[in-house]
Design a protein. Structure first.
Length: 388
């Protein structure tokens, strides 16, 4: 997402410098933004600074991100600055999406879209359609997801900014891959790759290569998948992009897991974790714990699987990502059920159901009830708990 509409050239230069820093310098970046916020006498600049602070905290401390976003929205309303109001609403939607509060995210994106349409801000409208596409994809509404990504692409094509097409093209390709239309997915990824090369953006080139690797991995064309993953990895090593590199290692580990080379899978997942830890990628470290747990589970080591699912849960809990926490409770419960420890499995499924209720996620709750129902059908001597 681009945050524009700055009123001070000094602020533009400062933010440009800040955004070029590595993830490892996040706290320094936050400190600098707080200094700008405290010294700023211009309310419009304060709004932008608050939104940058939201962006810095959106993955590591979503509650704090929401706090800054609400301040930005409140100040924008006081200023009667419609574009800042819409921008703040969109930013808040991103945080709610990261938290797994998809209904709230859709509500805020919808409000932002309405204002941007009133203002005829084509670029911003395209951005919101892309964000809506992500939510609809996550929640299984594939048709609406495709429609929103296609609208984002259509609008972006009118701007004559080829670099801005790369993101929605990749997102649209991902949906087609998920619904089994790998041919269309590959065509879209190749189009995005061609644009990435045209604008000479090596970060995007690596991303497209990695996504192509994932499609071929799904098709069980592992040699081709590894080829794309390794090419992405080499670019990210050269760029010293540890964030993307941690994902390359994770992707390679997952591919090795699928071909049952568990030693290589663990080797690469450990490289992913070390890379993420080196630059303080707390959210990604939680994801890597989950990958490592799944490797141990496939390798027939349920004890280690539970250990790393629990580590992933603790990491997610420290960030406040409740939807991810619910998914992990589900995974832990499932391992216990497979190991014939029905009591422990039920304990985690019930915790999952309670957490789904807290976040108001009906899909999550339906999954929990389905798991519980399976257990009670197979274990008829277990009394139905009051919680259901």
């Amino acid at each position: 997402m681009k945050i524009k509409h700055l009123t001070s050239s000094l602020l533009v230069l400062l933010f440009s410098a800040l955004l070029s820093l590595s993830v490892s310098a996040q706290q320094s970046k936050i400190d600098s933004l707080l200094k700008v916020l405290n010294k700023s006498k211009n309310d419009t600049d304060k709004v932008q600074t608050l939104r940058y602070l939201l962006w810095e905290y959106k993955n590591t401390d979503p509650e704090k991100a929401l706090e800054y976003g609400r301040q930005a929205l409140g100040l924008s309303v006081e200023l009667k600055d419609k574009i800042s109001i819409a921008g703040s609403l969109n930013s808040l939607g991103v945080v709610y999406k990261n938290q797994g509060n998809y209904d709230k995210a859709l509500e805020y994106y919808g409000q932002a879209l309405k204002i941007f349409k009133e203002l005829k801000k084509t670029e911003n409208i395209a951005t919101v359609h892309n964000n809506l596409g992500i939510i609809y994809n996550i929640t299984g509404r594939k048709k609406e997801s495709i429609e929103n990504f296609e609208e984002s692409i259509r609008l972006t094509e009118t701007l004559n900014e080829p670099a801005e097409l790369i993101l929605p093209l990749n997102n649209l390709a991902a949906v087609y891959s998920e619904i089994g239309d790998e041919e269309t997915a590959v065509q879209l990824y190749l189009k995005a790759l061609k644009l990435s090369r045209q604008v000479n953006d090596t970060k995007y080139i690596a991303w497209c290569l990695s996504n192509l690797g994932f499609v071929y991995e799904k098709q069980e064309k592992y040699d081709t998948a590894f080829s794309y993953y390794y090419r992405s990895m080499e670019i990210n090593k050269k760029n010293e992009d540890n964030y993307s590199l941690s994902y390359d290692y994770s992707n390679i580990a997952n591919a090795y897991k699928k071909i049952k080379d568990y030693d290589s899978a663990l080797e690469y997942i450990d490289s992913a974790f070390a890379t993420a830890e080196k630059v303080g990628l707390k959210n990604e470290m939680g994801e890597i714990y989950t990958y490592k747990a799944s490797i141990y589970r496939k390798a027939g080591n349920p004890g280690k699987a539970i250990e790393f699912f629990n580590k992933a849960y603790t990491t997610r809990e420290s960030i406040g990502l409740k939807r991810d926490m619910a998914n992990l409770l589900d995974s832990i419960g499932d391992v216990y059920i497979q190991e014939k420890n029905t009591a422990k499995g039920l304990e985690f499924f019930l915790k999952e159901l309670q957490l789904c209720g807290e976040i108001g996620d009906s899909l999550c709750g339906a999954n929990s009830n389905f798991n519980l129902g399976k257990v009670f059908l197979s274990e008829k001597n277990i009394p139905m708990p009051k919680a259901i």
